[in-house]
Write a protein that binds this ligand. Sequence first.
Ligand SMILES: Cc1cc2nc3c(=O)[nH]c(=O)nc-3n(C[C@H](O)[C@H](O)[C@H](O)COP(=O)(O)OP(=O)(O)OC[C@H]3O[C@@H](n4cnc5c(N)ncnc54)[C@H](O)[C@@H]3O)c2cc1C
Length: 455
Amino acid sequence: MSLASDLTALLGAEQVDVSDAVRAQHSRGEAYAGAVLPDVVVFPRATAEVARLLAYASAHGVPVTPVGANSSLEGHTVPVRGGVSLDLTRMDRVLEVRPQDLLAVVQPGVTYPRLNERLRHHGLFFPVDPGAHATLGGMVSTNASGTAAVRYGTTGDHVLALEVVTPQGEVLRLGSRARKSASGYDLCALFTGAEGTLGVITEVTVKLVGLPEAVAAARVPFADALTATTFVTRLIQAGVPVARCELVDPYSIRAANAYSGTSFPEEMTVFLEFHGNAPGVAAELELARELALSLGAGAFEAATDAAERERLWRTRHTMFFAANAANPGLESLVTDVAVPISELPTAVTTALAECAAAGFEANLVGHVGDGNFHLNLYLPEDPAARAAAKGVVDRLTERALAVGGTATGEHGVGLRKLGYMEREHGASLGLMRAIKQLLDPAGIMNPGKKLPEAP
Ligand SMILES: Cc1cc2nc3c(=O)[nH]c(=O)nc-3n(C[C@H](O)[C@H](O)[C@H](O)COP(=O)(O)OP(=O)(O)OC[C@H]3O[C@@H](n4cnc5c(N)ncnc54)[C@H](O)[C@@H]3O)c2cc1C
């Protein structure tokens, strides 16, 4: 019997797809050049089906790569050893919303925009927004963040409980509905950011927050990246509870204007948002305005109009695709370092200078309130250009690590960042490998990702 016929017998024909088109669709990730076809794509509808599949895969040594919206950027979902692509997007039900407990329970294929649609009339929202229409299962598995993490934290900060299926097919419930717990080892944290290498998440219970009574946004242009990032650093150091704080360079704004038909001025710009009650938001805006103007900002344009704010953040969320559209036929390489906030101005300006010196078209956007920024390099499919770009990224990452930062603030390791793990984690990589070995001795779960092979 073949793998496909075994799985069809186990799960039913509707859940199993071996067509070339669907396998090709699951062969690659976003912004990652390599592609490998899975042998089979499986679309489970229930936890029990995931459990049956994993018990079979463990027994037969079949690799399994979980997939949500497939928006991760580091080759996370490329099934490098073939086997099964486990597509969880049909497990897409919001199972429960408990406004009185500020929590929701969802299946892993629910996307965060859809969850927020469901929550709106309760006056609540789930505040993590990684831009692409990511699923909650994928977001927990990459510990995703986004524009609002500076105020509300990462996905991991909102996970109360998980249902996971172990590689052997056992269904476990981790965490609780209590807002805090000091009980046992924190296994929710272990599965958060595990990139599908330890098991499959089949249910997520998340904490929610109240929709703010008042919201204001501001657009603050600066002459250069150094002043813009100095502004951000001082704003955060002053304890102003900014809800969003994004740096966008003129190149990205030009691309976004062309892509979205907007007309934002093409300047080095910090976009801000404040959440709270009306007097609080007004006071925060005023503090930010004073600081910005004292540092020589070209303007401080505040907007409280909801449609204008929506347009601004929608444009921000399409910037990745806008920059890709401005560079047809070129490969993109996205960096994702995060540094302690005081190191941000040096990290950003050095990265830009290095990129220019190496002759690359690059754009810069970043959730800079968290010390996290993305430099996107565009390069032709040419080994020399790839090597030069890798040199830029290696030096950028080395500098981030040297000042106490991380190689990846939010995108995760996948395949592309494996080379930095030894340098970042040192001896604790051994403990991580031991955990992987304990949970997944057959090595079936998303093999080749997250942890580099032991020497
Ligand atoms: C335009 C754009 C903007 C982005 N902006 C941000 C950003 O601001 N912040 C940010 O953090 N990320 C960002 N990302 C990256 C991406 O959206 C996140 O990594 C997101 O969390 C991935 O979710 P997904 O549903 O697409 O997961 P996928 O890409 O399908 O999977 C991601 C990883 O999770 C694993 N996985 C998926 N589902 C499960 C499951 N149920 N159980 C176990 N493992 C699972 C997969 O094996 C894989 O390793 C952006 C991507 C794009 C394209």
